[in-house]
Design a protein around this ligand. Structure first.
Ligand code: NAI
Length: 328
């Protein structure tokens, strides 16, 4: 018998948690043969709702699910954890300044980073979903000095999947024929979904589309503002698609990306592509032997350079702000 993998989900009683947990427990996160235990972290007012979700998980009688623990203590939630999905975050409310948002989230991600450092398994892998995801990941990582930095990632995969879907619609291709998509920079409106390196059925995507005005005025803004469009249409924010992207991210991290393809990952910069070292930014990345590696050697044209620089500048601003607040 295999030892179950410990999977921790924070914000488990939230919208994303509600969709995500069932997909994890059904085997879509790690694979159909991998038993797991779930650890749900919530704040006290949401513990009861988390218990309700756990009751429903029980009622699915998932064969792989070996137990569910619910707690409001990060030290319990991350004890021996192998995979940590940090979904719970403090949303921006009306009138909130960037500094207020960053310090409220620092109050969440600093203690969670410390707890991961203290009690998680040696092979822990962390995906931060809660916004501002890249900077929250930076905060958590900086309080986990004993965990290799590349184990802390931020979710760019929803942006990546949105970009694939928009390109498939435009070209009439199947999503499965699209490869080498990259969303660079911050998970925010400044992100840069890149068609210069993407391929449709082996052909260069930008050349196939052959319409720079569409790329600049339709494609990029549609992908970057998709979250707002979902809220407008659904009356609630992206939840099932965000959970699906989190599943894709961790699945590929653990099981590897297909040969010759890559995905978009918010990961620590080693200085590649002029992104300041240490920043957590969206990069093209391949997973091999359970580790993400930034795809090297892509040529960056002038248009892409300006877009990447603008998004990275926003991340530098967030990093400087959390430094000033004493959060990193
Ligand atoms: P939600 O508000 O429905 O759920 C958040 C949950 O987190 C709540 O149940 C809350 O009680 C819990 N929570 C708050 N502080 C916590 C703490 N310290 N420890 C544990 N749990 C805590 O929000 P939803 O829709 O589930 O979204 C969660 C986050 O994901 C938001 O920050 C959202 O902006 C972000 N998001 C990120 C995306 C990405 O692509 N990176 C895409 C979509 C959403």
């Amino acid at each position: 018998t295999t030892t179950p993998v410990n999977v921790t989900v924070t914000g488990a009683a939230g919208q994303i948690g509600y969709g995500l947990l069932f997909r994890i427990a059904s085997g879509q996160l790690l694979g159909p043969d991998v038993p797991l235990r779930l650890r749900l972290l919530e704040i006290p007012p949401a513990l009861k709702a988390a218990e309700g979700t756990a009751m429903e998980l029980d009622d699915c009688a998932f064969g792989l699910l070996r137990g569910i623990d619910i707690t409001d203590d990060p030290r319990v939630a991350f004890d021996g954890t192998n995979i940590a999905l940090l979904v719970g975050a403090r949303p921006r409310t009306a009138g909130m300044e960037r500094g207020d948002l960053l310090s409220a989230n620092g109050g969440i991600f600093k203690p969670q980073g410390e707890a991961i450092n203290a009690v998680a398994a040696d092979d822990v892998r962390v995906l931060v979903v809660g916004n501002p995801a890249n900077t929250n990941a930076l905060i958590a990582a900086s309080h986990a000095p004993d965990v290799p930095r590349d184990r802390f990632t931020a979710m760019m995969r929803l942006d990546h999947n949105r970009a694939i879907s928009q390109l498939a619609k435009k070209t009439g291709a199947a999503v499965g024929d699209i490869r080498r998509m990259t969303v660079w920079g911050n998970h925010s409106a400044s992100q840069y979904p890149d068609l210069v390196h993407a391929e449709v059925g082996g052909e260069n995507a930008a050349e196939l589309v052959g319409d720079q005005a569409w790329i600049e005025n339709e494609f990029i803004p549609t992908v970057a503002k998709r979250g707002a469009a979902i809220i407008e249409a659904r009356g609630a924010s992206s939840a099932a698609s965000a959970g699906s992207a989190a599943i894709d991210h961790v699945h590929d991290w653990v099981n590897g990306t297909p040969e010759g393809d890559w995905v978009s990952v918010g990961m620590v910069s080693d200085g590649s592509y002029g992104v300041p070292e240490g920043l957590i930014a969206g990069f093209p990345a391949m997973s091999k032997n359970g580790a993400w590696q930034i795809v090297q050697g892509l040529e960056i044209d002038e248009f892409s350079r300006a877009r990447i620089d603008a998004s990275v500048a926003e991340l530098v601003g967030e990093r400087d702000a959390v430094k000033e607040l004493g959060l990193i």
